[in-house]
Each structure stands twice: as C-alpha cells, then as structure tokens.
Design a protein around this ligand. Sequence first.
Ligand code: SF4
Length: 120
Amino acid sequence: MKKSYTCIVCPNGCEIVADFTEKVIVSLTGAGCKRGGEYVRQEITCPMRNITSSVGVLDGKLPLVSVKLSKPIPKEKIFAVMQEVRAIKIQAPVKLGQVILEKVLGLDSDVVATKNVEKI
Ligand code: SF4
C-alpha cells in the first residue's frame, strides 16, 4: 500500500510517500532527513499527538488556565483525554509548570499549566 504523509517535525513540511505492507515499510521517498522516516514509522505503527487546552480556575484572576500535556499520547486517546481535561477545576493560584493532573487516564503524560493565574 502507498500512502502520503506531510511531515510535521519541522517547518519544511516534506511530502513523504511510504510504501508498506502490514506495518512493515518497504520504501520511503520525499523525506528531507531521517527524522521524516521516523515520523512516518510512528504514524504507521502508533500515531502520537500532543494536546493544548484550558482548565477552569476557581477564585482566580482569570477563569481559565492554559494547559498542555507533558508528552504526546496515542492519537486514539485524544477524545477521552480531552473529556478528562474539560472536567478539571483547579483552585487558584496556579503556577506555570504546575502539574494539574498526573498520568492522565493512566497514560505516561501529565496535564501541565502553561501560565500563572493569581488568586483574587
Ligand atoms: S523530513 Fe526532515 S526536513 Fe522534511 S519536514 Fe520532516 S524533519 Fe523536516
């Protein structure tokens, strides 16, 4: 089977064509560097994504704090993780880098604040 991927590892956005069978890559063309091959291999075997979102803050100067995951998670878990993140409410103050939820849904990734929110 042949499939095209746009590499998202760097801004070059190389169009990489992979020829593969049963998750074994036969050939790769179009990658500008070896990281493109690694990206396509990951996409074929277990695509991973990171999430940025926001979480409700109680008694904060802002009603929300932006968050991200500490590590990418399997793409098929995104919906379940987003539901978990949307349900979180955290008490102010919130510190940049603060772990808001460890190992979300048992995955090897934490929900981390990406800004400060002071208490009212
Ligand atoms: S293949 Fe290499 S050069 Fe091309 S977009 Fe991916 S990381 Fe960048």
